[in-house]
Design a protein around this ligand. Structure first.
Ligand SMILES: [Zn+2]
Length: 404
């Protein structure tokens, strides 16, 4: 099994250095809050930090083997230990690698019925053990349940089992209930507490201010596109698909992986999305409606498809713009379509390309609202095509909502 360590964190060099500094000095704050965009490695870093903190060979790991032994006085930190990261060899590391260390508590949001909760949690942990790139995906109502924290809160009053501290990792802590936060707060404020809390969130604004102010914050950034692409390729995704996914993912490896799973055939998805523009350019509303209905759907899936369709158009136009500004064809996302892109770059001036990009951006921003995917696509593509096609027959973009 591949276990992430602080020294192998992907694309977060400042975070990695900061956390290793803490482990190396052996001085921990009571609580840390890892925040930043979705899917950039906060959860992985939190577990890596936790493993390092309970490794038996890092500074401050006094409890078990410390002190001179009867037989020889070999220091606890051996050659295998770097001193600021988990050694990967001690008994603690062997247990924490498979998330079975009694002093490493790992909470994450779950959904479903209370009686099947244990099974759900164990299944998720099993997936995570098997696949270091496992992507946590939650239903809307998923939360950290009271039954998950009750036992833990009782345990907090006692010393850690074997390590010198206990680490509690709470993934997506913004899905915790208010009363859970206050129970947590009590433990965070206790002087001399032997528990280190590591909370993660992609929605900092939803974490109560009382919690935010008591945590040391650690900020994560979007991952470089090239790193997302390389990671996808290493995971077996073909080069051209990896390039597109990385460009679509906006620095989130989790988003790229989720898209790979949802739509394995990127090229045909892209082609279907781009082809929708043809009837709009031909000013043929009936055909445009037909083309759109082939691509969109309802509910969350429909919304995701709408987002992807719009983003394909965005990537496409950005490539045209890049070519206009003299970029090399190898640097483009849609490298397989360079001749078409070049033709467009000769036809459209930069102002027109930007106008189209703005239309797309506005539509993308509206997705989280209560919109209907096909109406949004219809009005957006009409506007991208540069006219007021169908206006009157279909609601204009801003009014393309179910609730009016
Ligand atoms: Zn160790």
């Amino acid at each position: 099994m591949l276990t992430a360590t602080l020294s192998t964190l992907l694309g977060q060099p400042e975070v990695s250095a900061f956390l290793r500094g803490i482990v190396g000095r052996g001085r921990y704050a009571n609580a840390y809050l890892f925040h930043g965009p979705h899917g950039v490695g906060k959860g992985t870093a939190a577990l890596a930090f936790a493993r390092a903190a309970i490794c038996e060979r890092v500074p401050g790991a006094a409890a078990v083997d410390a002190g001179p032994s009867l037989f020889d006085a070999a220091p606890v930190a051996t050659a295998a230990s770097t001193g600021d990261d988990a050694c990967g060899e001690c008994r603690g590391c062997r247990m924490s690698a498979s998330l079975q260390h009694p002093d490493l508590k790992f909470l994450f949001p779950v959904s479903g019925e209370e009686r099947s909760l244990e099974g759900t949690i164990e299944e998720t942990l099993e997936e995570l053990r098997k696949d270091p790139l496992f992507v946590f995906q939650y239903e809307k109502a998923a939360s950290i349940r009271i039954s998950q924290t009750r036992e833990l809160i009782a345990e907090l009053g006692y010393r850690p089992h074997t390590a010198s501290r206990r680490v509690v990792v709470v993934r997506d802590c913004d899905r915790m209930r208010e009363d859970q936060f206050s129970a947590l707060l009590k433990s965070v404020e206790e002087p001399g507490a032997s528990t280190v809390w590591v909370l993660t969130t992609a929605r900092l604004a939803r974490v109560p201010a009382t919690i935010r102010s008591r945590c040391q914050r650690v900020r994560f950034r979007p991952l470089p596109e090239s790193l997302v692409r390389e990671t996808l390729q290493a995971a077996g995704v073909a080069e051209s698909a990896a390039r597109m996914l990385a460009a679509l993912a906006g620095g989130s490896l989790a988003r790229a992986l989720a898209m790979r799973d949802a739509e394995p055939d990127m090229k045909s998805q892209r082609d279907a999305a781009l082809q929708m523009l043809a009837p709009a350019l031909d000013r043929n509303p009936a055909q445009l409606v037909q083309a759109i209905q082939k691509v969109t759907g309802y509910g969350k899936a429909g919304r995701e498809r709408l987002r992807m369709s719009l983003e394909f158009h965005q990537l496409w136009l950005r490539d045209v713009l890049r070519l206009r500004y003299g970029a090399a064809p190898e640097s483009l996302v849609n490298r397989d379509l360079v001749p078409v892109l070049q033709k467009l770059a000769a036809q459209l001036d930069a102002a027109e390309i930007r106008r189209r990009l703005l239309v797309l951006e506005e539509a993308l921003r509206s997705i989280d609202g209560n919109i209907s995917p096909d109406l949004t696509l219809f009005s957006t593509l009409s506007r991208v095509a540069g006219d007021r096609l169908g206006e009157g027959a279909w609601p204009a973009h801003a009014a393309a909502r179910w609730d009016v």
